[in-house]
Structures are given as structure tokens and as C-alpha cells.
Write a protein that binds this ligand. Structure first.
Ligand code: C5P
Length: 423
């Protein structure tokens, strides 16, 4: 996944009121980028103080940050220089925003555990300011379920987790886990104080003023208290679309099934489990009013007729389960009195155009994006996709072929398609 925002434009580079940013630097090679980050934060009009962990000092010296911030750098929990000997409380109160960049996997796990055994973790526990975490680590460490679970816990505690960039890493690997460029982090901090979702100055704001709702990931249909029926949907396409819509200026609500993906900054995420949960939440949001509904979720077609109260015991050689059909979310919302512009997805292994057009009609959609899942190199868990987009006949639009590209690029093109159809 890419950075959540790109360079700030020079017009919004300086804030009218100076805000205090406490920058926490932890032990990772990306710490060298944080030196430049201090410069850029100061250029943008922020007052910056730096707290370094012991690990960070192995990569960059406190003197570097002192020279760049113009302030003493704080490294020790027990600081006799601090007024009343309580440096952590003074710093926690001083900060209008805490940014941990880079946040190593170790720092993330210690913050998640509520550790207070060094200055940074203690300040984070003691502050009432919003805390932004910019994870930076090896791609395998990033993907590790433990890291992802820690980050989800932090999100649940209202921390802001900034999606890392992907690309080549200092360790020689290629993948997600790079700290975003300092300019991107400054843009995210600025957006926070301006009360906006981070936007990019590079993209057109073609969805400005629109509220887009996106369903993503699989649903889980319980069989008993410990088992469920589900599928392998990764949610990547829906999350990429959430970022693309946000970058196009929309307010985005992401209804996410159980996936281990970080919430894109500036996007409202509501976690759902079953198809019926998803329908109930969708219905409520559409009732309140939204402009576009994009259904990328791989909703389980069937659920157990009865969910067993107790764990189903192993008995004979076979087990018969009765499954009943789940509601079709997108088709139900398309019949809603406050029907938004409706976008569906289809995955087909054959006769793609015929089946996609059939779904467009039966589900009463405005647009459908279809991929050929017989190709092993795209779709589901892959980072790439290729699609053909069909529109309802009433628009009189030709189909659009989107050649194989990253899900991020495909998402940006899909946003153009829906605007093209008048969403
Ligand atoms: O019927 P099929 O599953 O192929 O249709 C795919 C489209 O319908 C996707 O947009 C998917 O999110 C949506 N869908 C839904 N609710 C279901 C099944 C599919 O919203 N129960």
C-alpha cells in the first residue's frame, strides 16, 4: 500500500497558528529520514521537540535532532533537568500532536502493551494529544499477524496509523513497510489540524463533496461459537478504492469484513463480520444519505440456517449442514428509496461480458467492474488487477478496459469511470 498522502502544496505549507509536534524517533534505519522530517515540520510552521529511544540513538545522534529542531532532545525518562523531575508529563502536556516516525515493530508492540519503561512510551500513555504512528520495518515484519494485530489494537484505541509505503527496503527486500516521505507525513499532520482528510495536490478533486460508501473483504458466517464459513478475499481492492476516493476529495466510509489491512488515513472504517451485519450497517448509512455505493465485498452467498449455541461435536463420518441464502447487499441497496450511484464487482472465469451485463441488470447497478479470475496473476490476494468496466445501458457508454496494473492504479481509473458515468 502506498503513502496515504502526497506532498503538501506550497499554499497550505504554513499554518496560521503554531502547533507543537512531539516527534518520537525509534530504532530503525528510517530514523535518518526523520532528521529531514524535523526540517519540513519546522518549515511548515510547527514547533518540534524530539524524543529518541535508545534504539534510535544507534542510528542517528541526538545532536542532529537538536541542531535541526533548535530544542534539547529528550532521551531519558528520569531527567533531573526537567522541572519537578517529570519530563514525561511536561512533554505530554506540551504536545498538540505526537508523531512516532519511524515506529519500529518493537516500539509498536510496547506501545500496544501499555509499556512505560522509557520516555517515549511513558509520554504516549500520559498525553491527551492525538498520537500518529508511522510504522517502518521489514516487509515480512510488517505483514506478520502480530504486528497487524497490534496496529488494529492501537486503532481501536483511537491512535492514527499511517500506512507505510511499499518499494525496495534497506534490507534488500521489496514490499510494504517503508516510512512515507517526510513531505507526506507533514501533509498528514497539516490535514489533521485543518480538520480534513489528507488529500493530494496531484489528483483532481473529482469526488469533492461526495460521500462514498465501500464494502470490502470477506464476510464470516458463524456455524457455532468457534467455526465459520468464509472466503479468501483480502480486501485489497476495496481498501485501494477507499484511498482513491479519498484522494479524489470524497468523504469515505469503508465497511470492512475481517481483513488485516491498516485503515487508510482519513477514511472512516466500520468493521463488520457477517452479511447480515453488512446489510444492516449499509442500510443505516444509505438511509442517512450517501452519493456512491461501491460493493467490492466478497459476501458469503450462504450462511448456516441455525448457528449452534455450543461447539458442534465430532460425531459420525459425515456432517450435514443446512445453509440458507444470504441477502444480496448491493441489490438490496439498489432498491433503497435513497438509492446512491451503485457500483458492483464481478469475478468470472468464463463468458465475462455476458455474466457481467446480466448482473448489471438483475442487481440494478449503474456500473460493474469485472475481472477474469481464471488468470492466476490478478484478483483476490494479488496486488495487481485487470478489469473491464460495463455501464448501465441508460448511460450509452462503451465498456472500458483497464489493463493489468496495481490495485492502486486500477482504483484511480475506476474513480474516473464512475465520475464519467455521472456519479
Ligand atoms: O453475485 P456475485 O457475488 O457475483 O456479485 C458480485 C457483486 O455483488 C459484488 O459487487 C458484491 O460485492 C455484491 N454482492 C453483495 N451481496 C451479496 C453477494 C454479492 O453485495 N450477497
Amino acid at each position: 500500500m502506498q503513502a496515504t498522502a502526497t506532498s503538501s502544496s506550497s499554499s497550505n505549507a504554513t499554518l496560521q497558528t503554531s502547533k507543537n509536534i512531539l516527534l518520537g524517533v525509534t530504532g530503525g534505519i528510517a530514523a535518518y529520514k526523520s532528521a529531514y522530517l524535523v526540517r519540513r515540520l519546522k518549515d511548515a510552521g510547527f514547533a518540534v521537540r524530539v524524543v529518541m529511544t535508545a534504539g534510535a540513538q544507534a542510528f542517528v545522534t541526538p545532536l542532529t535532532f537538536q541542531a535541526l529542531s533548535g530544542e534539547p532532545v529528550h532521551t531519558s525518562l528520569l531527567d533531573p533537568e526537567a522541572e519537578a523531575g517529570m519530563g514525561h508529563i511536561e512533554l505530554a502536556r506540551w504536545a498538540d500532536l505526537v508523531l512516532v516516525a519511524p515506529a519500529s515493530a518493537n516500539a509498536i508492540s510496547r506501545i500496544t502493551a501499555g509499556a512505560a519503561d522509557d520516555l517515549l512510551t511513558t509520554v504516549i500513555l500520559a498525553t491527551a494529544a492525538p498520537v500518529f504512528i508511522s510504522p517502518a520495518m521489514n516487509q515480512q515484519m510488517w505483514q506478520n499477524q502480530i504486528t497487524q494485530r497490534n496496529l488494529q489494537t492501537l486503532r481501536d484505541y483511537q491512535f492514527h496509523v499511517i500506512a507505510p509505503d511499499s518499494g525496495s527496503q534497506a534490507c534488500g527486500d521489496v514490499g510494504e513497510g517503508r516510512m512515507p516521505e517526510p513531505e507526506d507525513l507533514v501533509a498528514i499532520v497539516q490535514s489533521h489540524f485543518q480538520g480534513q482528510a489528507p488529500t493530494t495536490s496531484k489528483t483532481n478533486q473529482i469526488l469533492k463533496g461526495k460521500h462514498v460508501v465501500i464494502t470490502a473483504g470477506p464476510t464470516r458466517e458463524a456455524l457455532d461459537p468457534v467455526r465459520y464459513v468464509s472466503n479468501h478475499s483480502s480486501g485489497k481492492m476495496g481498501f485501494a478504492l477507499a484511498e482513491a476516493c479519498r484522494d479524489a476529495g470524497a468523504r469515505v466510509t469503508l465497511l470492512a469484513g475481517p481483513v488485516s489491512l491498516p485503515t487508510p488515513t482519513g477514511v472512516e472504517r466500520i468493521n463488520i463480520v457477517s452479511a447480515r451485519d453488512l446489510l444492516a450497517v449499509s442500510d443505516k448509512i444509505v438511509d442517512a444519505g450517501c452519493d456512491v455505493f461501491i460493493a467490492t465485498a466478497a459476501v458469503a452467498d450462504y450462511r448456516a440456517e441455525h448457528i449452534a449455541d455450543q461447539k458442534i461435536k465430532k460425531q459420525g463420518d459425515s456432517l450435514t449442514l443446512t445453509l440458507v441464502k444470504n441477502p444480496d447487499i448491493v441489490a438490496t441497496i439498489a432498491k433503497h428509496a435513497k438509492r446512491p450511484f451503485m457500483v458492483g464487482f464481478a469475478a468470472e472465469t468464463q463468458r465475462m461480458e455476458e455474466y457481467a451485463r446480466g448482473k448489471l441488470e438483475t442487481k440494478q447497478l449503474d456500473m460493474i467492474a469485472c475481472n477474469d479470475v481464471s488468470r492466476g496473476d490478478i484478483g483476490f490476494a494479488s496486488d495487481d488487477n485487470a478489469m473491464t468496466v460495463f455501464f448501465s445501458d441508460r448511460f450509452g457508454l462503451e465498456k472500458v478496459i483497464l489493463d493489468k496494473a496495481s490495485k492502486k492504479e486500477i482504483a484511480a481509473r475506476l474513480v474516473e469511470c464512475l465520475v464519467h458515468a455521472g456519479a
